[in-house]
Design a protein around this ligand. Sequence first.
Ligand code: HPA
Length: 275
Amino acid sequence: MHNDMEKYRIAADYISGRIDGVPQTAIILGSGLGPLADSLEQPIEIDYRDIPGFPETTVKGHAGKLICGILGGRRVLAMKGRFHYYEGYDISQVVFHIRVFRLLGISGLIVTNAAGGVNTSFRPGDLMLITDHISFFAPSPLRGGNLDEFGTRFPDMCDAYDKGLIECAEKIGKSIGIDLKKGVYAFAQGPMYETPAEIRALRILGADAVGMSTVPEVITARHCGMKVLGISCITNMAAGILERKLDHTEVVETAKKVEKTFIQLVTDIISNLRT
Ligand code: HPA
């Protein structure tokens, strides 16, 4: 039986044995945003199922591959497909990869997702830089014994999303003519979409977008000192805003429509990173 720290180390050792060089940045690709991974140069692909300790993904549109390659002139590790709490994993499994990334020496995380627009000025297809999050309704990924090797028992979350990275992304957005939105992402456990009453409540709480991922990963990344940039693709207006039902097909279709813009934005952000 391995203890938790050993499990992360075993996975990190396996990955570092399969890739060339040390990537400084990891990118987690949300629903329908996986095609960015296909634009990496010199790609080395690793199936999640080959990585000791990695869960397997079960969602349509999530491939379950780690791809190491060059993007914007820099070596990155892209995660095509992530682990969601609604898939039935224990919350510690949902964020397993983050600690593995840290042990690999990765210090920056770009986390992306598909999200419902709660802010009524948003439109499907908008890209939103996440400035903060709301996550009262979910178990913490840091629950249980603290691993001091990663971080402190009571980590600060004031700067969950790095202000410098947000500024850099905003500048790049302007320079390539994308009207980037900014806002607060609320985590919902899923897998059901929210009710209209829940969306009204989230709006009162200050949320601009809602989704079923990202926050556990960001909390874990911040706990171990990684810098985070979060980008939501607003794939639909959240429940009750328009008089229509929500459907995963719409999420994937909208993400597909913004694919090129999204890839350009992330590539330019990576090539402008100072690390
Ligand atoms: N709610 C929750 N998660 C989502 C949504 C939504 O409306 N759209 C994409 N992911």
